[in-house]
Design a protein around this ligand. Structure first.
Ligand SMILES: Cc1cc2nc3c(=O)[nH]c(=O)nc-3n(C[C@H](O)[C@H](O)[C@H](O)COP(=O)(O)O)c2cc1C
Length: 281
């Protein structure tokens, strides 16, 4: 496993932090984090990410890449690139969430930013080729006490809230809620998907359990967020959900693989897009 701590504990303790102390991430923590993001760079669908741990410099007078006032005091960011291609954003979501959980283990705060960051300013900090996209970034550092911004955004996004189990997990059809008793081995793993972070806290993942041990992942395309032109944030959310499922299943010693093969016989609902399935191996 790539963490010292249980991934279940890391998922439960992670939350978004938007205010940071102006403190240095010292050696060896800086190099451990740097190593982690460069080694854990490939998603389950084979797309490679190229992450950089950016030090924007010490002190109040330093010009930092913009976050529209959302992030306060952050000196360090993780920003990455991925080449356009099938499931590239899902893989990016998977890899950045893996890094977020590593930072959490090391006592560092993070906050996924898919909308409120100045893409141009961050692009200047990473070497970008014509086919590369920079889908999202996160500050990383020592959390400061929660500011008014933190509290306001948390309350607008209702960040502590999550959809109920029966709203996101199904069997056979997307209108047939899954009884947890039918998936005893996977119940705690699915719970780690349920509590994952997502853009605007919309939790677009919908999962159909098939024969008790195959899991088909879909995203629900909300009209509001689909209208956001820069990045398909729901594909990043799908990558985060897949990351939590994958790492938790591995920690429990369950062997499985990801396939992309939409099951024909299951009943789908409108505005749902199939992403991938986890099948036992
Ligand atoms: C893909 C993605 C994009 C996000 N983009 C932003 C953003 O642009 N600005 C922001 O303040 N929070 C952003 N968030 C953070 C969410 O609002 C937050 O994860 C959610 O409200 C749940 O709160 P929690 O992370 O504290 O559990 C994003 C989260 C994800 C997963």
């Amino acid at each position: 496993m790539c963490y010292k701590d249980s991934v279940f504990d890391l998922v439960k303790s992670r939350r978004s932090w938007r205010s940071y102390e102006d403190l240095e991430i010292e050696y060896p923590l800086f190099s451990n984090l740097s190593d982690f993001i460069s080694k854990n760079n490939t998603g389950p669908f084979g797309n490679k990410t190229r992450f950089s741990l950016i030090d924007t410099g010490k002190g109040a007078g330093v010009k930092r890449p913009g976050t529209y006032g959302i992030i306060r005091g952050a000196r360090y960011y993780i920003a990455g690139l991925v080449r356009k291609g099938p499931l590239a954003l899902v893989d990016y979501g998977y890899c950045l969430e893996k890094a977020v959980l590593f930072a959490t283990q090391e006592g560092l705060g993070t906050c996924w930013l898919g909308g409120t960051f100045d893409r141009g300013a961050f692009r200047e900090k990473v070497a970008k080729g014509p086919e590369d996209i920079l889908p999202a970034v996160t500050p990383v550092g020592f959390p400061a006490k929660k500011s008014i911004i933190d509290r306001t955004i948390k309350s607008i996004a209702r960040s502590h809230k999550r959809k109920r189990w029966e709203e996101v997990f199904f069997e056979k059809a997307l209108n047939d809620p899954l009884d947890p008793k039918k998936v005893p081995v996977f119940e705690d793993i699915l719970e780690m998907v349920r509590i994952a972070p997502s853009a605007s806290n919309r939790q677009p993942w919908r999962i159909i359990a098939d024969q008790g041990d195959i899991f088909h992942f879909y995203i629900y395309r909300s009209r509001i967020i689909s209208a956001y032109p820069k990045t398909d944030l729901q594909q990043l959310d799908a990558g985060i959900a897949i990351c939590h499922f994958d790492l938790c299943a591995k920690e429990k010693g369950l062997k499985g693989k990801w396939t992309v093969s939409e099951p024909g016989q299951l009943i789908k609902k409108e505005r749902h897009t199939y992403i991938a399935s986890w099948v036992p191996a």
